[in-house]
Design a protein around this ligand. Structure first.
Ligand SMILES: Nc1ncnc2c1ncn2[C@@H]1O[C@H](COP(=O)(O)OP(=O)(O)O)[C@@H](O)[C@H]1O
Ligand SMILES: [Mg+2]
Length: 248
């Protein structure tokens, strides 16, 4: 299952204004891992995620998806493997209707009409958005847009699912739905989030970022058990731990 792994080798990236957002990031995620990416605002989480499918390219270092190094040439291959859900769903939705947005990826993969229909129906059902099929994405609520944006990525059947703050701004029911979807996604996932309760519940591993570097990378229980680290990186323990129960 080599196409399910994701590796960063000493990745550096500066924005055009000169701000160095990634200052030498390395890690490797293997098949089936559910990894949380946490860190204070501005730590570099979104910048890192934009490197997973080549929306940004490193100034130095490499990103490797399966055996494939991300370059302009390998982008089509990489994007069949990695599906990125952006922080702002308005960057992901651009068609007149929800179903056209969700069908867009599968149609580009040149699947048959029947296959496209199956993908659209199952992706919308997975995020609880079947009833929104014929709506205009721009008229949906923030949470509905988020769900549909996730469906546009699921419809491509990615081997590696990358999400930027998937539960931010969702009501409790929508949050629960997205969480059960992530739980049932049995490939590899990398999720940037401030939702520590979700991390405690779904992720077995946490990568902590601080100022463009990986400050820590370990199993969820040991990261959340390290209060000095959390304090230093501007993070909080999940509610369950604050209330004295263990993370299992
Ligand atoms: N388009 C941009 N141009 C210049 N600097 C940016 C841009 N986007 C993000 N940054 C800066 O890069 C750093 C990392 O940002 P980001 O990756 O969005 O962090 P996070 O997702 O952890 O909040 C921040 O200091 C941010 O201000
Ligand atoms: Mg961000």
């Amino acid at each position: 299952m080599s196409h399910h792994y994701l590796r960063f080798d000493d990745v550096h990236y500066s924005y055009p204004d000169g701000h160095e957002a990634l200052r030498g990031v390395s890690f490797c995620i293997t098949h089936g891992e559910k990894v949380a990416l946490v860190g204070a605002n501005g730590a570099g989480k979104s910048t890192l995620l934009l490197h997973t499918d080549g929306l940004l390219m490193p100034d130095k270092g490499h990103v490797v998806v399966g055996g494939v190094t991300v370059t302009r040439k390998t982008l089509p291959l990489v994007r069949q493997t990695v599906g990125v859900v952006f922080q702002d769903p308005d960057n992901q939705l651009f068609m007149p209707t929800v179903e056209e947005d969700v069908a867009f990826g599968p149609m580009n993969m040149r699947l048959t009409d029947e296959e496209v229909e199956v993908r659209v129906a199952s992706a919308l059902s997975a995020v609880g958005a079947s009833a929104l099929r014929r709506c205009s994405p721009h008229r949906l609520s923030g949470g509905q847009k988020k769900s549909v944006a996730i469906a546009t990525v699921l419809s491509m059947s990615p081997s590696i699912l990358v999400m930027d703050e998937p539960t931010a701004g969702l009501d409790p029911r929508a949050r629960r739905q997205i969480m059960s979807l992530i739980a049932s996604f049995d490939h590899t996932s990398l999720i940037a989030t401030h939702d520590m309760d979700m991390v405690a519940e779904l992720c077995h591993r946490v990568i902590v970022m601080k100022e463009g570097l990986v400050a820590a990378d370990g199993d969820t229980a040991s990261i959340f058990g390290d209060s000095a680290l959390l304090e230093e990186c501007g993070l909080e323990q999940p509610w369950r731990l604050r209330c004295g129960s263990r993370i299992g």
